[in-house]
Design a protein around this ligand. Structure first.
Ligand code: PEP
Ligand code: MG
Length: 767
């Protein structure tokens, strides 16, 4: 890979110009002189090097940009000329944090003439912001008598100088960083973020980047060769990481991930990029500053290109540059390892379920993702934790900065960064309404979900962590219809041993009291991969969601299943154990899994330990093929559970964690509903209890559709229990069944629209 797709190619004169200035600036910075004297020398050095009659430095003081030093303007103006943020050319540069390069300064609409400076004879003007910790703390500018635009080489030299100045300014305490932080908020103002609701709810907190931005402390290099070596090593390490990622099963699930990885690799091996960083080091910067400098340049170029595809690629390069920075500066780890200090809204491109679980649940109030989809496991985990999630927010990381106050209104698929007072008031009102709704729902806890025509609907919850169990009592649900045992494996650094598993299952059963719990054996793989359980022998998997996962893995690694069986059987001593197997594709897999349990049961008896009072075996229907052999499977089962998350992805051949497909297929589609109805008919014929345990059952309209096709048992996210009970108590089953029969026989163009109107007319769905 030798192409350089982004950024200008620096030439040797740019490097030489920057190098000369930097060497001189380095001497100035190392000198013992007073800060003001240093600034006076700096403007002389820059002006002379760029052959400019004027060079001035404005710094932020008491909310204004004050002229601190100048060569070429009237000295009487120093500490006298002050510009507000947004005022004049200097104020405009600071407010937009952008470079200006003008042949004729007076022609610019923001030009504001300051007579005390004597600047009327100068025509050309170029200025760049001085940025410290992502905040603009000042402006450095040059002016020339001739009306000419400055060369790109000169602008680049000026930008490099601005980086060095930021260090000088910080070391000399010339600006108040707190003040700069406040100003930065005012600089950009409020921003509304639109996305896709992944988990409903309202929350507020400060923005925390899952992968924190790096703070660069040293800009000017002491030893250029040493810096070069540091960058070489960091590049090697980064390339190794990217190659490793590409060969890992969980990342190679096809579609967007592969595309992203391919782009990452392209950038990681891009010689143009590494050459530009090298040139920046040649000009006298440290490794960190050189990476940042090149990144700044690329960002600037990208701003001028109005192409959303390229903007996406820009994020990839930004990600990679951050990764390189983290490696070179040794600032590794996510925000979870640093700990949350206050209520936080997590900002990330995407997250894994295990990464989310690392956060302190008391402080993590919400999540905003650039990607994400409704049935991705991280979203399921967040839903179980009661954390609102907004996904698919475009250019998120460009719009929100670390520490920004955020109001997250996932109910309306919105968030506000740096909100105004009015926005806060509006949010508080919604929040209060939401609490009222919660209180109304809490009152439904002891209400039994019976339809108007007298049918009792079973409403269970899905769980997976010990912390989920109190939800059973809080919601008044009938039991746990799906306990995802793999969550314990996900939060653990090593494979949980039998004792640990037994303890957990016992605790789960104890906290459930006399309500039933259906345990599902581990469903590892797909987007739930474990570092300590890889299938390396056969190389990477191209499509892990359809690969070596769930029962397939468990039957092959039968010691894993044996250990889990023993733990579940022992934990259920004297009680009824209900266990089901995920991702069954053919009936023999059910037989094989059951045989493992029966073997362990016999062993337990032989050891004289108390066995469960009874063991009920169930299967999950997630693979469409199983629907064709229900006549063989159903007679073997005590119950069947329909996992509509996976079933949908396989029916539509649409990866459930691919954000591009997140909104494409609707659960209220005739294909899914007819398919589930077919299963329901077979289940009723064989008298096998059936539950739907996918995410769709937790939404009022979808649950209504399921009732209409014969489903009478749901297992859903705890937050969905009250709204679903509420809906159930208003519905007439005979009426919805007849309506569904009609719709599925002759599907309307949009079943969702049709059903929404139908349900609204009858007051079936709440707000
Ligand atoms: C499903 O696939 O619908 C299901 C409930 O299982 P999971 O979401 O854990 O894959
Ligand atoms: Mg599943």
């Amino acid at each position: 890979m030798t192409t350089a797709p982004l950024g200008p190619t620096s030439n040797s004169s740019a490097v030489a110009a920057a190098r000369t200035i930097l060497t001189r600036l380095h001497e100035v910075m190392a000198s013992r002189s007073h800060a003001q004297a240093k600034l006076n020398t700096v403007v002389e050095v820059i002006g002379a090097s760029l052959d400019s009659e004027v060079c001035s430095i404005y710094l932020l003081r008491e909310g204004m940009l004050e002229l601190f030093a100048t060569r070429g303007l009237a000295q009487e103006a120093v500490h006298v000329t002050r510009m507000a943020i947004g005022e004049g050319l200097v104020g405009t540069i600071a407010s937009r944090a952008e470079t200006l390069n003008l042949a004729e300064a007076t022609a610019h609409p923001d030009f504001s003439y300051r007579p005390e400076t004597g600047e009327d004879k100068f025509h050309s003007f170029a200025g760049v912001p001085i940025v410290r910790r992502e905040r603009c703390v000042g402006v450095v500018c040059v002016q020339h008598v001739d009306p000419r635009r400055y060369e790109e080489v000169e602008i680049e030299a000026l930008q490099t100088v601005a980086m060095v100045l930021s260090e000088l300014i910080a070391n000399a305490d010339l600006v108040d960083e707190e003040e700069a932080a406040g100003l930065a908020a005012a600089q950009t103002g409020p921003e509304q973020l639109r996305g896709l609701t992944l988990v409903k709810g309202l929350a507020s907190g400060v923005a925390v980047y899952h992968q924190p931005r790096i703070t660069i402390e040293h800009i000017v290099a002491e030893d250029t060769e040493a810096e070069r070596q540091r960058v070489y090593l960091a590049f090697d390490k980064m390339r190794e990481q990217i190659d490793r990622m590409a060969s890992q099963a969980e990342f190679g699930s096809g579609g967007e991930h592969e595309e992203v990885l391919e782009t990452y690799r392209m950038f990681a091996y891009d010689e143009g990029w590494s050459r530009r960083i090298n040139e920046a080091i040649d000009s006298g910067l440290t490794a960190e500053a050189a990476i940042e400098r090149v990144q700044q340049r690329t960002r600037m170029r990208m701003r001028q290109i109005d192409d959303p595809l390229l903007a996406d690629r820009m994020h990839d390069l930004e990600d990679l540059a951050n990764r390189l920075l983290r490696i070179v500066s040794g600032q590794l780890g996510t925000a979870a390892s640093a700990g949350l200090r206050q209520d936080a809204i997590l900002i990330a491109r995407n997250l894994g379920p295990a990464e989310l679980l690392e956060y302190d649940k008391r402080r993590l109030k919400g999540v905003i993702l650039e990607e994400g989809s409704l049935t991705a496991h991280v979203v399921i985990v967040a839903r179980a934790m009661g954390i609102p999630v907004l996904g698919r927010v475009k250019s998120l990381r460009g719009k929100v900065r670390e520490g920004d106050p955020i109001l997250l209104d996932a109910d309306s698929a919105l968030a506000f960064a740096r909100p105004t007072r009015d926005m806060m008031i509006g949010f508080d009102e919604r929040y209060a309404k939401n609490r009222e709704k919660q209180a109304k729902y809490a009152a439904l806890r002891d209400v039994v979900p019976i339809t108007l025509d007298g049918e009792r609907i079973a409403v269970n919850i899905n769980a997976g962590l010990r912390e989920d169990m109190p939800n059973l009592q809080l919601t008044g649900a009938d039991g746990v219809g799906l306990y995802r045992t793999e969550f314990q494996f996900l939060v653990s650094a090593t494979l949980p041993n039998r004792e640990r598993q037994t303890r957990l299952y016992r605790e789960v059963l104890e906290s459930a009291g006399n309500k039933p719990v259906v345990f599902r054996t581990v469903d590892i793989g797909g987007d739930k991969s474990l570092p300590y359980l890889r299938h390396d022998e056969d190389g990477e998997e191209e499509n892990p969601a359809m690969g070596w996962r769930a029962l397939r893995l468990a039957l092959e690694r039968d010691s894993l299943l044996k250990v889990q069986a023993r733990a579940l059987l022992e934990a259920s001593a004297g009680r009824v154990l209900q266990v089901m197997f995920p991702m069954i594709s053919e009936p023999w897999e059910f037989d094989a899994a059951k045989a493992v349990f029966e073997g362990q049961l016999a062993h337990l008896r032989k050891l004289g330990k108390t066995p469960p009072e009874a063991v009920k075996y169930g299967a999950m229907l997630e693979v469409p093929a199983l629907a064709e052999v229900l006549d063989i499977l159903l007679p073997k089962l005590s119950f069947l559970s329909i996992g509509t998350n996976d079933l949908t992805q396989f029916l539509f051949a649409a990866d459930r964690s691919n954000p591009k497909l997140a909104e494409r297929y609707d659960w209220l589609s005739p294909a899914i509903l007819r398919f589930v109805r077919r299963i329901a008919v077979a289940g009723h014929a064989h008298n096998v209890p059936m539950t739907v345990c996918g995410e769709m059952g937790g939404r009022q309209l979808e649950a209504l559709a399921l009732l209409g096709i014969g489903i009478r048992r749901l297992s859903i996210t705890p937050a969905g229990v009250a709204p679903i009970k509420d809906m159930v108590r208003r519905v007439n089953l005979a009426e919805i069944s007849a309506a569904m029969a009609g719709w599925l026989a002759h599907p309307p163009v949009s079943l969702r629209e049709e059903m929404t109107a139908w349900a609204a007319q009858r007051g079936l769905i709440g707000d």
